[in-house]
Design a protein around this ligand. Structure first.
Ligand code: PNS
Length: 160
């Protein structure tokens, strides 16, 4: 039984994240999507909201859990040795490489697997969606319906 963990801040989950979750779920026996705290980012949505949005968007797929702490501690707690991360472009690589190397130093038994996104999601990020949305950009097709509804409730549109 191989259990993989797909961690991220998911602030909020996008169609690109869903794509990576689906690809990973098809490869491993069990997939846990882990909503984590990224200390480098101030989140727009609370941990609970991020978890609810991910769970709603992934009802057909894996488990969604929240963890506030070191990723490798969560991995050990869940008895998983596979971290899944999505890659969009070369620009992701440096950050992802550093993350993977750091996690390897902290827990050498854990492997990071990269899944390349579909070209149609290569420009998507939670940050870009929030930025575009607040200036009236049409992002409806980039996120699940529950996320779009919450974006409308949370982010006041400017310049509309
Ligand atoms: O979606 P993100 O923000 O790129 O995900 C980054 C995340 C949450 C996976 C990363 O910040 C993380 O693992 N945070 C938990 C704290 C941790 O383990 N840090 C050490 C690795 S550098």
């Amino acid at each position: 039984m191989i259990r993989a963990v797909y961690p991220g801040s998911f602030d909020p989950i996008t169609n690109g994240h869903i794509y990576i979750s689906e690809r990973a779920a098809a490869l491993f026996d069990e997939l846990i999507v882990a909503v984590l705290v990224n200390p480098e980012k101030r989140s727009t949505f609370s941990e609970e909201e991020r978890q609810i949005m991910a769970r709603e968007a992934l009802v057909h797929l894996p488990k969604v859990k929240y963890f506030n702490g070191l990723l490798v501690d969560f991995m050990r707690q869940q008895q998983s040795r596979i971290i899944i991360r999505g890659l969009r472009a070369l620009s992701d690589f440096e950050y992802e490489f550093q993350l993977a190397q750091m996690n390897r130093q902290l827990a050498p038994e854990i492997e990071t697997f990269f899944i390349v996104t579909d070209a149609k999601y290569s420009y998507l990020s939670s940050r870009a969606i929030k930025d575009a949305f607040q200036f009236g950009g049409a992002v409806r097709d980039m996120v699940p319906p529950g996320v779009y509804r919450r974006l409308r409730e949370r982010i006041p549109p400017r310049n509309l």
